[in-house]
Design a protein around this ligand. Sequence first.
Ligand code: ADP
Ligand code: ZN
Ligand code: ZN
Length: 717
Amino acid sequence: MSILRVALDVPLPKLFDYEAPHASEADIGRRIIVPFGSRHVVGVIVAVAPTSEVPPEQLRAAGEVLRDLAPLTRDWLDLARFCSDYYQRPLGEVIHAALPPRLRRTRGLTAAPEAFAITDAGREALAGLPARGRAKRELLERLLHAGAVAAAELGASSALRDARNRGWVAPVALPRPVIEFVARHVLTSEQQRATDAICEALGGYAPFLLLGITGSGKTEVYLRVITEVVRRGQQALILVPEINLTPQLEHEFASRFPGARVVTLHSALAENERAANWLAAQAGDARIVLGTRLAVFTPLPALGVVIVDEEHDTSFKQQEGVRYSARDLAVFRAHAAGVPIVLGTATPSLESYAHARAGRYRLLELPQRARQGARLPSVRLADTRREKVVDGLCESLVSAIEERLARGEQSLLFLNRRGYAPVLVCNACGWTAGCPRCSAHLVVHLADRQLRCHHCGQTESIPRTCVQCGNIDLVPFGRGTQRLEAALAERFPAARLLRIDSDSTRAKGRWEAMRGQIQAGAADLLVGTQIMAKGHDFPRLTLVGILNADAALLAADYRAPERLFAQLYQVAGRAGRADIPGEVIVQTRYPGHPLYLALVEHDYARFAETQLAEREQAGFPPFVFEAVLRAESDALDDALEFLGRAASVAPRDAGVTLYDPVPMSVVRIAARERAHVLAQSRSRRALQAFLHQWMPGLHELKPGRVRWHIDVDPIEF
Ligand code: ADP
Ligand code: ZN
Ligand code: ZN
């Protein structure tokens, strides 16, 4: 009789013991069905022990061990354990968040066979097959001549089912084609140097920061490194920020490695496909795994390199449940596996840049555009205090647009605010339309005559009169993408307009279609939000106008400038990728601001140095480490009261500062009031030790109606 220690998807920081007569050490890492309360759930066996601390009469018998798949390896479980420890979440929650949803179900998985071949028994049977068994004869003859035939090609038939049952045919793996690499460019000397440096480091842990300006050809460096990794029979893991980038990228990767199995992993995949891709990686079959943050948990028995593209992107940080940073876990993983990790970006996170500056990461730079003759766009600041501004557009930007229209080139106006206007105001009494569930304004969406909350999704129809004074003169205040679109349509009636924001691209396939339209030159004027900032390549786009960036400049969040710079740098990089030089015009009231001046010079380092100096002085990351305890409830007082009790059970640690509980900057979201306490330390280790001591006490507090969680290395407050 042995005891299984099982990780379950429950918010309690412990494992659950079950009695199991037939399980052994070899089952560690396997899924198992166990009774939990009145249900049966799937858990993962993480240990087998001779005894349990649970009294024998309370110990329940485990159900079936699912032996359908290979067990999760110790390395994989170590990664989950690290994530659990570091982010202060129960191991069971981490494991279940990491598994593809299909593998969390109690129904076992029968892996579909890849291909079939005829067996000896089948050959014998073929000789004596009666004449009426035509379908069977054809099937067996086909397999006899072709060797293995893909299951997909055979399809499902009663002949196949019958032949399988009789043991005439058996599932087999298809022979692997030889993987080749299609070289599309001769590397620039800088690309070559970066590639060589990374390839020389293969076989051991080595962190690299690949700082390459937009268009410098970072992807080409990744591809060359992956070639070498694949040549050595190993696997490459590539993490990318956005779902909408993966179809393009997947295509690019697959076409560059004929014969290799390239799989993607992201949350938009159908359950079966995601499970199949995960299993292909686990079997070592998929040599190249391309995915979003969740792909950091892909089992990879022959991992050779990890690449994180756009490493600064905030989408690598999970913002609910297990709040992990996929980038940071990727570094841990590369370290544990003893392989290089490449963090690629044009605008590193200040954390990664500080590591590079301190020599902990090796800095590789690509300071030039890869294509012959392609230059960085010229960036100009338009002073909105001096220039005439009509409909939110200053004169110099309008004439720049006119030039592009005359030349048949494209312009993009970047405005990171969707909807028609951010507020509806009563001119008589000053009333503004607010969300009843959030501390936020409702955004005017004129297209469908609605007010919409961008925090909780609340929608209302636009009132005809002021709810406070009855006045009928309600005006949309401020400008969103829809309003800008309307203004442009009036101003440039002949131009073909396209608005690209999460409203206009919501329907499946819309964004793909729009991208095609832009690429084909079927649009002249684009209005876009941050969707447009990501790595798209639009050869006809030669002008980018940036509107209302000042709003982010004035935000209270100390990370806002870092995000703004990255975003503006990215969006500016959209201009002039081909042979035509690009131009960027930033409308601002603060043309002397250091952030804009660094942008004009395309000088990331200068921007980073000023930011780091400010952060160091103010005592912000990366010079300190942070964790927040957040609490939310129907009433703010309950949340604050809980946090007060939480603080009172916190360990006393000279190296850690615990601040007072305060309401969050957006207090109310979806009718929940939110508050937090911040813990800060100069030492990551001290902060971790503090959190570990604090957690048991927190779990003992009676939360009442309050829900709480810890966020380690938070990026939002
Ligand atoms: P990044 O990701 O660094 O912004 P990309 O990898 O998207 O840059 O490359 C920008 C463009 O340059 C792509 O169209 C790519 O095909 C091209 N390119 C990359 N390397 C070379 C090279 N060595 N010679 C010519 N063109 C290149
Ligand atoms: Zn009013
Ligand atoms: Zn709301």
